[in-house]
Design a protein around this ligand. Sequence first.
Ligand code: NDP
Length: 399
Amino acid sequence: MGRALIIGAGGVASVVVHKCCQNSEVFEEICIASRTKAKCDALKAKLDGGKTKITTAQVDADSVEQLVELINSYRPDIVINVALPYQDLTIMDACLETKTNYMDTANYEPPETAKFEYSWQWAYREKFEKAGITALLGCGFDPGVTGVFSAYAAKHYFDEIHYIDILDCNGGDHGYPFATNFNPEINIREVSARGSYWENGAWVETEPMEIKRVYNFDEVGEKDMYLLHHEELESLGINIRGIKRIRFFMTFGQSYLTHLKCLENVGMTSIEPIEYEGKQIVPLQFLKAVLPDPASLGPRTVGKTNIGCIFQGIKNGEEKTYYVYNVCDHQECYKEVGSQAISYTTGVPAMIGAMMVMTGKWRKPGVYNVEEFDPDPFMEALNKWGLPWKENFAPELVP
Ligand code: NDP
């Protein structure tokens, strides 16, 4: 079928590379390019010898010039951006210049302010339309599969969806007193920010971790979960018709929260640069350097994740409730691809999203969120490629 350029060589990229190699009919060739080429080469060494031809390259994805040069020399059908949210715009610029399809798993965030929203990337719509190329935004699990679940619920089960609660539960235990499951800098910026949810066409803001609920998750059990701001709330608020409220909850254990509060209180989570021994350092970046690398958690993490969406709305004049979710086992993921479930649940949908664009099922000039495309082929692919979903038509609701 074709070739993909994968940018980034971290936890998520590793799963994307494994999954592309399993799907060699679509991904005949891949190039893994990142800041540290040794990490790309290590991934290649693990997977070489299969049907997918793997090459590697060094690239600074903050430089449009370097990206354009790489894309022009490799000529991929799509660029899969699994570097960091800071690189989204430079990679989109390079895709525009070279007329190449684009995909990512997280929306743009300026490095100097912990604020993420789609406005910067949505501003590229017209340019992508004119260039005749597709940009698929936020195609991990959340955002990503949560948007596909929403489009699927809207297509098959509801005339109008009024309420969505997205529940992200990680029942895994890595045995460290404190570690994050994906890039610590991005993760801590997300969870230490003010919370918010979308209600009647406007944002309602909360203090960080102000709203707590307890939920009994299938195959995991009872967990504390907290309301967070999350990027898919913004696009679903626009793309799901009739919506009145969308909330996002994530589970956190008490030990994680106590450590985070302490780190915050001493200033370690700040993104304001400070002077240290004649050098400017950002405390949060320093903290990242001393925390365990999320990619190293795989062998030690046990337990399961359960991520999904509860919908309430109307079908044929009657009230209806629908819960669709995936349960993923950390150790099973590790056995299959050498990563824990957080990277796995992000990397599998990223591969599927790239496949949707490459096979033409989701190809349309412009910039799109996943819920704007037909969910059916994606839902089918989730079952096939390692993230089967379950349905419940009478779930426990979140107060
Ligand atoms: P990692 O930190 O493990 O990996 C990031 C990779 O990007 C590293 O290989 C890093 O290089 C590379 N990189 C960083 N800056 C540059 C640059 N300027 N040029 C080239 N390469 C660069 O992160 P994760 O794999 O955990 O996360 C990847 C993405 O996935 C993030 O955007 C994250 O927000 C997103 N994500 C999305 C989720 C979802 O469900 N939608 C869930 C989890 C994550 P180096 O090795 O040199 O540091």
